[in-house]
Design a protein around this ligand. Structure first.
Ligand SMILES: [Zn+2]
Length: 287
């Protein structure tokens, strides 16, 4: 691996990074992707579902790991229905969640577990599902996260007001993550006041996104996560090519710059926050 500035390689000082949101299901060679992640000290990865198939795959990948080849980060899964797929209905996913939660005889948040509902939410940019269906299916998943005591992973695009309305009406779960945060300081404050975590993606490295850096600057260190959303949204200098969990370090370096602290501090804080937000076993637990 020769990608990324030298600073990234040196930054973590033994503190493993956590990629709080990626889609390993979209990669052909998951084992290589995970090997590269571990080389860059990405020790923990949450694999996110967006419909029945990808949720099933997320559960499978998290529970079996990459197989016998090489080292792997610790893995967890989420199960959810993306607003794009809201029209497919939630029932099959409920069955999937029923199968995997809880696993008796071991602590919740053990690697391999399902730790969240989502990603779910509202996307009024693409409107792939009718808006009233999006709201209904989002509300049902908010309720499900509360009922099962799981984290809620929220996708929101051009729909801030309705997102907050649904969360307020259903009662926002204690552990709610606004994934791939793309707002500015105003939206950040709104999310933080409501009690949510903000998860910053590679967008924080984009030249044209100063408002996201401003949001990172005002977000308290204890309330931020970082993620790749890979294979989408590759950070600078990889824009235009496939993203992967190893690049969460680049997101961390950009957030560190925005906050005027070291990347190692970001690695430590965001890994601890991810553990708290998703209810993962403590960082020193063997996986
Ligand atoms: Zn995603």
């Amino acid at each position: 691996m020769s990608t990324g500035p030298a600073a990234v390689q040196e930054a973590p000082d033994g503190a493993p990074w956590t990629d709080s949101h990626c889609h390993l299901q979209d990669f052909d060679d998951v084992a290589s992707i995970l090997e590269r992640a571990i080389e860059r000290r990405v020790g923990r990865v949450v694999c996110v579902g967006t419909d029945l198939d990808t949720s099933r795959r997320a559960v499978e990948i998290a529970s079996t790991g990459p197989g016998t080849r090489g080292a792997s980060p610790q893995l967890w899964a989420t199960v959810g229905l993306h607003p794009h797929a809201a029209k497919n209905g939630l029932e099959p996913l409920k069955a999937l969640l029923g199968d995997v939660v809880p696993k008796p005889g071991r602590p919740r948040g053990t690697p391999g577990d399902v730790v969240g509902v989502g990603e779910c939410g509202l996307d009024y940019h693409y409107d792939h599902s009718p808006r009233h269906v999006q709201r209904e299916v989002f509300a049902a998943q908010v309720a499900l996260a509360r009922e099962l005591d799981l984290a809620l992973v929220v996708h929101t695009r051009e729909a801030w007001d309705d997102t907050f309305a649904v969360l307020a009406a259903e009662g926002m779960p204690e552990r709610t993550i606004i994934h791939c945060f793309t707002g500015g300081p105003g939206e950040a404050r709104r999310c933080l006041d409501a009690g949510a975590y903000l998860s910053f993606s590679g967008i924080v490295t984009f030249k044209g996104a100063p408002e996201v850096r401003e949001a990172a600057a005002i977000c308290p260190l204890g309330r931020m996560l970082i993620e790749t959303d890979s294979p989408f949204l590759a950070p600078v200098p990889h824009r235009g090519s496939a993203n992967e969990p190893a690049y969460v370090t680049l997101v961390g370096v950009a957030v560190a710059e925005a906050k005027g602290i070291t990347p190692a501090e970001i690695a430590v804080a965001t890994s601890a926050n991810a553990a708290a937000a998703f209810g993962l076993v403590p960082l020193d637990s063997p996986g």
